[in-house]
Design a protein around this ligand. Structure first.
Ligand code: 5GP
Ligand code: MN
Length: 326
């Protein structure tokens, strides 16, 4: 099944000249690493490639090989032959990158979110793949597209971050086999891991201290949450990217089934980020009720309302699923 669609996508990549590679707002390592990896492979084929993200390159991921290629979209529209959405469950999460595309003959959608409805002309969704970077590795090797050390390092970061450093249950033998091949292609595991996991700005840890001060448990310790208000973010001078992954401290607690992070946003909305330890507590289903989506064990939504209102509604919805009273 994948072979046929990989051939179609491979041919589209070879047959066209001008590409725009895009991914979701508030990008993570899978989004940014996947964008750069595919863009570098296309560049090696002699293609003209734009690599856009609404948020541009994050300070945290500036170490990625050829990070400078990835920019915010320009104000002027540009025509391309092919636009490629990576790791993006719904088209609206491409944000303002879409506004910069004047026309595109073809839209390609490559993703691993089960909630992806399959927008675009050429679509490959593999919901069991732990990372879009893993799908791209398969596409690149299947179609014999260029795979340099720089590409390998970007793919490695994509896979490492979306598997929680090869720990989440979505990590399979295949994931380790791919990682081994990427290391053979030149990835420096020690250097990359240090950049990813031992190079945080101090303000992130100061933020963690503040967040833990707001930590609250419900349902006999099965549900735990903490919240970031706009005031707290302003006082600590944190960037939106600083909180990526802090929710893992909540999930790591014994007895916790669902962990939630509430982040007050400027436009009267709250970003909700959820993690679960069991597929029985499907956080994608909960987030979908609030207009969001994601995976069974990691999902999110943006919910209109004040921090207190959203906290109450969302925690209630979680308690309906996770039996909080028995
Ligand atoms: P995070 O909690 O790290 O922001 O996101 C976890 C997962 O949920 C990611 O796979 C992400 O794509 C998805 N996700 C987060 N926020 C939203 C949202 O507002 N809408 C949808 N559809 N998915 C989201
Ligand atoms: Mn991903």
């Amino acid at each position: 099944m994948s072979a046929a669609i990989f051939s179609e996508i491979g041919q589209a990549l070879r047959d066209h000249q001008r590409f725009a590679v895009l991914s979701h707002v508030r990008p993570d390592g899978d989004a940014l690493g996947s964008e750069l990896a595919l863009a570098l492979s296309l560049e090696k084929l002699g293609k003209t490639v734009r690599v856009w993200n609404e948020d541009g390159m994050l300070e945290k991921y500036n170490f990625l090989p050829r990070a400078e290629l990835l920019t915010k979209p320009p104000a002027e529209k540009e025509d391309v032959d092919v636009a490629i959405a990576l790791d993006t469950a719904v088209q609206s999460r491409l944000g303002n990158t879409v506004d910069a595309i004047g026309s595109a003959k073809l839209w390609i959608n490559i993703d691993h979110h089960p909630s992806n409805p399959g927008y675009g002309d050429l679509v490959y969704i593999d919901p069991v793949s732990p990372a879009t970077g893993q799908i791209l590795f398969d596409l690149i090797t299947d179609q014999k597209l260029p795979l340099t050390q720089e590409i390998a390092e970007n793919l490695y970061v994509a896979i490492s971050t979306d598997t929680g450093s090869f720990q989440y249950p979505n990590t399979t033998a295949r994931t380790f086999e791919i990682a081994a091949q990427l290391i053979r292609a030149g990835v420096d595991v020690g250097r990359v891991s240090q950049q990813l996991y031992e190079n945080y700005p101090r303000r992130r840890i100061e933020l963690l201290r503040e967040l833990l001060g707001t930590m609250r448990f419900e349902g006999k310790g099965r549900v735990v949450s903490f919240s970031l208000s706009l005031k707290m973010a302003k006082d600590l001078e944190v960037l939106p990217e600083d909180n990526e992954g802090l929710i893992d401290h909540l999930r790591s607690i014994r007895g916790v089934i669902v962990a939630v992070f509430f982040e007050e946003l400027a436009e009267g909305k709250v970003r909700v980020s959820m993690r679960s330890k069991t597929e029985k507590a499907d956080v994608c289903a909960i987030c979908t009720k609030f207009g969001g989506g994601g995976h069974k064990l990691a999902a999110g939504a943006r919910v209109r309302g004040t921090l207190a209102e959203v906290e109450r509604k969302v925690l209630e919805a979680i308690c309906d699923v996770v039996d909080c009273n028995s």
